[in-house]
Ligand binder design. Structure first.
Ligand code: NAD
Length: 506
């Protein structure tokens, strides 16, 4: 018997009891989740900091710097609750606040504000035969859903899907990433105390145990992670014909047109690329621009990096580190592509890679073969917007496509001639701060969408419902055998949808 089979059947029994269906129950669980975020904020900051910990001298230096820049925060981040860990340097607390806590809170509030409206049955147009009946779409919970999260935003990418799953009335098994082990432990130990433990559970598991967990039959699987593991998850789901959402990664292009405000563009791209040391699925992965624009862009990027992180980013409390040694080795190896125009310094002990810009990068260089997921920005030159479009269309469809241009027709042309999960003009990452914009990939970058109402819909089965009266049987007679051909026109008129004609006079 698969491990966790008992857990899954316990949750299924709770779901079948119907307790997750009333709106009051869902709201109470969501409020519980909100209390977890408020009351455990400090623990979340400590755990994320501990997961990005560095060598002892660097930690001390960084903690001092943090105390200067974020008074009170760094000292609080010393591990009173995590005594087994030495003092830690935080992943920039500002970044944790913005990308983990604030996004979760915003998603939660948006859901609490709208759940009543989202849950309502959606009545639909009817044909003649059903005019006296009631036809609607009921937003039904799937049942027991599995949410598997990655390490790069371990709170956000577990809890934002969870909000949708709770809102839709499901029971949930959560599987956080084992790589960010302090967040994993925090979520496993603390989160269940804020939720109904009959219906919500956290499983801690590495690859082997997750493989066994996936042997169980879930009613929906929501996975965030790499495309290669996404395939494994989808294969396991196929065995039970379980529907999936796959939120995957890839290489997000950023086309920079000759006419744009170079300073603003450089700051917005540098922010998106170097936030969380580049470990962001929606980070701009590479820049496409003309050779002339590259000349203007390099000093502007250098200026933006210095403005953000000072002359030595290694000493900045606002610049993060690579999550683990394996990931550090992988990203460091990508520095050998092209020529280093900015940055390039590394420190293995700290897992530090400086904000780096590479030029003279070729399409077949290693850095163009995989998602970078680190603080490196390659620039490739193209002759025109059409060349950029052809370059983008010759590759896998990305999670997001960025365009910088002050010319509306250029933005429109790229939007109309390409395909990607999302699209954002003249900025990076900001599109995902709007809960009412569905978020998700296409092709290699994913399947399905979430955030706000889309999360609720993702975790809801659209159950087509027709409620008919039991009487008026004579109205049904035309459809019954023995078939009478003269009744066919009547039946057609009652059930067929007619093509609408356009009135030429209007
Ligand atoms: P990953 O695919 O290695 O791991 C994700 C999760 O899958 C983890 O919980 C892990 O334990 C589990 N897992 C790993 N191997 C498994 C296996 N063989 N069988 C079953 N489960 C397995 O991804 P990661 O390294 O944690 O995250 C980085 C990737 O995630 C990047 O590609 C990034 O672009 C992507 N990502 C996408 C989004 C998005 O919203 N589209 C967000 C964040 C990260």
């Amino acid at each position: 018997m698969s491990p966790h089979a008992e857990l899954v059947s316990r949750l299924r029994a709770a779901w079948l009891s119907g307790k997750t269906r009333p709106m009051e129950y869902r709201l109470a669980q969501l409020e519980g989740l909100g209390r977890f975020l408020d009351e455990k904020k400090q623990d979340i900051l400590e755990a994320t900091a501990a997961d990005m910990r560095k060598s002892r001298p660097a930690r001390r230096l960084c903690a001092d710097l943090c105390e200067d820049n974020h008074p009170g925060v760094a000292t609080q981040l010393y591990p009173q609750r995590w005594p087994q860990l030495p003092p830690v340097c935080p992943q920039p607390p500002f970044e944790v606040e913005v990308s983990e806590l604030s996004i979760c809170r915003s998603e939660l509030n948006h859901t609490l504000n709208n759940l009543g409206a989202w849950m309502k049955d959606k009545h639909v147009e009817k044909n003649w035969a059903t005019q006296l009946d009631s036809a609607f779409i009921r937003k039904d919970p799937y049942g027991v859903v599995l949410i598997i999260g990655p390490w790069n935003y371990p709170i956000n990418l577990l809890l934002v899907p969870l909000i949708g799953a709770i809102a839709a009335g499901n029971c949930v098994v959560m599987k956080p990433s084992e790589i960010t082990r302090n967040v994993e432990r925090l979520v496993a130990e603390m989160l269940p105390r804020y939720l109904d433990e009959d219906c919500f559970a956290v499983v801690t598991a590495g690859v082997e145990e997750t493989t066994r967990l996936l042997e169980n039959k879930f009613d929906y699987i929501f996975f965030t992670g790499s495309p290669s593991v996404g395939r494994i998850v989808m294969t396991a789901a196929a065995k039970h014909l379980t529907p999936v959402t796959l939120e995957l990664g890839g290489k997000n292009p950023c086309y920079v047109c000759d006419s744009c405000n170079v300073q603003n563009m450089a700051r917005r791209v540098a922010w998106g690329r170097f936030f969380n040391a580049g470990q962001t699925c929606v980070a701009p992965d590479y820049v496409l621009c003309s050779a002339e624009m590259q000349e203007k862009l390099l000093p502007a990027l250098r200026e933006a990096i210095t403005e953000f992180y000072g002359p030595n980013p290694q000493e900045s409390p606002d610049f993060g580190r690579i999550v683990g040694d394996r990931q550090f080795q992988r990203v460091q190896a990508l520095l050998h592509s092209g020529h280093t125009a900015i940055g390039g310094q590394t420190d293995a002990e700290e897992r530090y890679i400086a904000p780096t810009v590479l030029v003279e990068v070729q399409q077949d260089d290693p850095i163009m073969q995989e998602e970078i997921f680190g603080p490196i920005l390659p620039i490739l030159t193209v002759a025109s917007v059409d060349d950029a479009i052809a370059f983008i269309n010759a590759r896998e469809r990305p999670l997001v496509l960025y365009v910088f241009s002050s010319r509306k027709e250029v933005v429109k042309r790229v939007l109309e001639r390409t395909s990607s999960g999302g699209f954002c003009a003249n900025d990076t990452i900001m599109h995902m701060t709007i809960p009412s914009l569905p978020f998700g990939g296409i092709g290699q970058s994913g399947l399905g969408r979430y955030h706000g109402r889309s999360s609720f819909e993702t975790f809801s089965h659209q159950r087509s419902t027709l409620l008919r009266g039991a009487g008026r049987e004579t109205l049904n007679t035309p459809r019954y055998p023995p078939y009478a051909p003269h009744r066919l026109p009547l039946l057609r008129a009652a059930t067929e949808t007619k093509r609408q004609t356009t009135c030429l006079l209007l």
